[in-house]
Design a protein around this ligand. Structure first.
Ligand code: GAF
Length: 403
């Protein structure tokens, strides 16, 4: 990889402008187009996606943009603008010879997307330059933002723009991105993140039934009721290729096998207690988390539909407890963020995303935001931990073409 330094960065980061400018710098011409996709926060419904269950994410304002032009050959070149202003260029990738795991490091994500699209007849070479501000390694889905932006760029260069006749629909593209992630990159993730990045809309959460693909936009605008959704990035490790995520996934799939059902989604809440008695001790808590978490998604959706956003806090808390005690994917840093935020006035808080580090979210009255941020920061300082990064997340638009 080669590094170049960019001189002037905009003070207010706009991913599509940064990608277009960097493209000009790298290729000495303007890109044919720029497409971008956001990171996400999952409001509730964690580790339910690969159990055919229900999730409720919203898109972050933070985005990854892909500025792109076609090439005459079948090479994919990818460069990325780092947060330090430097440009990193991956070795050119021959699209015709791509096969699972044949590319490592960050370039595996764009390569995986090119590999899937090639199988769908979209195999022309392209120059792609990426820029974005989705926090990386924070459990906010930066890799899926990248993959979705690259998918749209490769489709767009092929004359297939989102939502146009003849272009695969957003859910279909999400499933392609999942395939890139599962089969090419080798991360056994579900459908939550890429669907959120592609399908979320401003001021809404996306109520997604992963099994059927049915999706409903449910109004979610904390600011309209004097609340804020605070994201607390613990800045501690988070990686899906690590064994923890795969272990949980295999555990729940085994539980479903033992119960003779397709997925844990098929357990009814009313039958939970009797169902759990049929599982070995190490699998019962995993199943309990998934079944109760699906129910919490329904409960939160019902409250949001009824205009009762103020009342969802206890469900966020219960979700966190379930992930901490039953699913065992929380960390001391996440627990501290959650407990401190609640003690300082949050109506509810939970870890979000895959777990084992990453970010927590807290639903906070506007008047308590400063206090919550200061308390969490002070708690981390007392423990001698790296300061957390906090920001208010506004439910934002999903992926699309910018230029
Ligand atoms: C990660 C995965 F990528 C998602 O598919 C989902 O399983 C999530 O963890 C947990 O809900 O973000």
């Amino acid at each position: 990889a080669r590094w170049v330094r960019l001189n002037d960065r905009q003070s207010r980061f706009q991913a599509h402008k940064a990608a277009a400018e960097t493209f000009r710098l790298v290729h000495d011409r303007v890109p044919e187009g720029v497409w971008s996709a956001p990171g996400r926060v999952n409001l509730i419904g964690e580790h339910t996606d690969y159990n055919d269950g229900f999730v409720l994410p919203f898109a972050l304002p933070h985005r990854t943009a892909a500025a792109a032009s076609v090439r005459d050959d079948q090479l994919l070149t990818v460069a990325t603008l780092g947060s330090d202003g430097r440009i990193q260029r991956a070795n050119p990738i021959d699209i015709t010879s791509l096969r699972p795991r044949s590319v490592n490091g960050w370039a595996a994500y764009p390569a995986g997307v090119a590999w899937v699209l090639r199988d769908h007849g979209i195999g022309r070479g392209a120059d792609i330059v990426l820029a974005g501000d989705v926090p990386t390694g924070a459990g906010l889905s930066s890799s899926h933002a990248l993959e979705c932006a690259v998918s749209l760029a490769l489709l767009g260069l092929h004359g297939q723009e989102l939502d146009q006749p003849g272009t695969p629909d957003r859910m279909r593209i999400a499933r392609w991105v999942q395939r890139a992630e599962n089969d090419f990159v080798g991360a056994p993730t579900g459908l939550l993140d890429q669907t959120a990045s592609l399908c979320c809309t401003r001021s809404n959460v996306l109520f997604l039934d992963v099994r059927s693909g049915d999706a409903e936009q449910v109004p979610f605008d904390p600011a309209s009721v004097g609340l804020r959704m605070l994201v607390i990035d613990t800045r501690t490790k988070h990686s899906h290729s690590d064994s923890g995520y795969g272990d949980r996934r295999r555990g729940t799939e085994r539980a479903a096998d033992l119960l003779g059902i397709k997925a844990l989604r098929d357990v009814q809440s009313a039958d939970l207690d009797s169902t759990l008695t049929r599982l070995p001790a190490e699998l019962a808590p995993l199943a309990r988390h998934v079944v109760t978490e699906n129910q919490r998604v329904f409960d939160v959706v019902a409250l949001l539909r009824a205009g009762r956003l103020n009342d969802i806090g206890p469900f966020l808390d219960a979700s966190h407890t379930s992930m901490r005690d039953d699913y065992r994917i929380s960390t001391i840093e996440l627990d501290t963020a959650v407990e401190t935020a609640k003690a300082a006035g949050a109506l509810g808080a939970r870890m979000t995303g895959g777990g084992f580090g990453g970010s927590a979210i807290a639903l906070v009255p506007e008047s308590r935001i400063d206090e919550v941020e200061a308390s969490v920061t002070a708690a981390y300082e007392r423990e001698g931990w790296r300061a957390p990064r906090t920001f208010v997340a506004v439910p934002s638009a999903g992926a699309g073409r910018d230029i």
